[in-house]
Design a protein around this ligand. Sequence first.
Ligand code: FAD
Ligand code: AMP
Length: 478
Amino acid sequence: MTDHYDVIVLGAGPAGYVAAIRCAQLGMKTACVEKWLNKNDKPALGGTCLNVGCIPSKALLEATELYHEAKHGFDDLGITCSDIKLDVPKMIARKDKIVSELTGGIEGLFKSNGIDWLVGAGTVIADKHVRVKAHDGSTTEHSADNIIIATGSVPIELPITPLHGDAVVDSTGALEWQSVPGKVCVIGAGIIGLELGSVWRRLGSEVVLLEAMDAFLPMVDAQIAKDAKRTFTKQGLDIQLSARVTGSTVKGDKVIVNYENSDGAQTMEVDKLIVAVGRKAYVHGVLTDEAGVELDERGLIHVNDSCETNVPGIYAIGDVVRGPMLAHKGSEEGVMVAELIAGETSSVNYDVMPNVIYTHPEVAWVGKTEEQLKADGVDYQAGTFPFAASGRAKAKGDTGGLVKILRDKSTDRMLGAHVIGPSASELLGQSVLAMEFDATIEDIAHTIHAHPTLSEAMHEAALSADGRAIHIANRKRR
Ligand code: FAD
Ligand code: AMP
């Protein structure tokens, strides 16, 4: 006999565990299959995000930023710090503790919501049955009215630069080094490459990022991306564009990296190499042919706007389907699918999806860039406000960067918000909310922002998009 569920979720990352919790909240008998083993070989919930992604990277970004500030930034404040010591193993252990507290927290939520955690690897077989292979090799079979596949993604490996111990690593390995390498090369100047490069740069490594493309952060508003490149370069991140890595070899305790740029073939000797060339959907062993679920040409599970696959009652969400590979995108899809299964109306507003790069300064954006608006022929006005003109940013001693708000001239609606600067990730929230509520610039103009706060920069940039900022000279109304 097989256990029967209303819903079985495969994968307990931010897409899958959120879907499972929402299903249980809506009264459905729910199970979630998860196979993750943490570095102590213990089963763990939370997926990439909690175990080796969002959370551990932010724990290290936070700690390294404080170290860097204490070492280089306090003098200006009249605080002399001498004898600052770095304990990398302790920093890594703190990160591990945060991870285990949070993944344990999901386990608690599963228990309190009555969700069965089926520990092992799940495979969707025919007729909405799921086979679960436990870590000891034993198998069980379960059936469900609905299946949600949330098996996520894994780092893309480059066959020309095979992973090698702790010398050539992917993003997971770069969160584990126990000492500061002398020189680090990062392949790929994308979000993950920049965040991990920043971590080790702040701790003292020489960091070179080799990026095959000739554009830096092409998805970011060009003015913001230009500011980011200038600032990161000033911090000592050596960002080389049009530099395509062609191979690597480990020689003793060094890694030789081969790459090509406009001057031809080049070689570089480094202590560590991070391969950060993106992630790919993970479907290995997840589906049998009998399940009948189709993939698209990029190997992602093909879904419609409701995240339903070609097989009715089988859904897929998160990194394993189209769209940005972001934790909150997967979680929102999880909520939507649970609510649709329960017969409710639900949707995800992909047009208002926040994006953040957690460097210092942080880069955060939502909606359209100026380049996209120009290409679409939209009649818009841009308003900008530099943090250098913010009293709070000055008081913090963190005045780099700016806010840019894009306004539709005919409707007065906000089309995009772009921030580079202190706490950009948190500041962006108000613009996300404004866009979700379809606020006009007039609405934002009337919204009182506490003084002195960084959020005043968001207010002023919005005012500036209507030619009426108070604390900077306004651009001519176009
Ligand atoms: P995952 O989190 O990958 O979870 C999938 C789960 O499915 C895994 O636990 C896996 O073990 C399990 N699984 C797979 N196959 C099976 C099977 N057959 N049976 C049972 N279980 C299975 N995103 C952000 O939004 N913000 C950030 O700051 C951020 N930082 C990141 C930093 C790094 C270093 C990395 C690598 C990623 C980061 N991301 C960030 C991306 C984010 O982690 C992913 O977008 C997110 O984890 C995707 O969620 P998911 O649930 O779709 O998949
Ligand atoms: P992301 O997908 O945002 O994580 O970024 C990964 C980056 O790696 C992209 O900008 C790619 O252009 C870059 N990339 C992929 N392959 C190579 C390579 N062989 N050499 C240098 N950069 C690469």
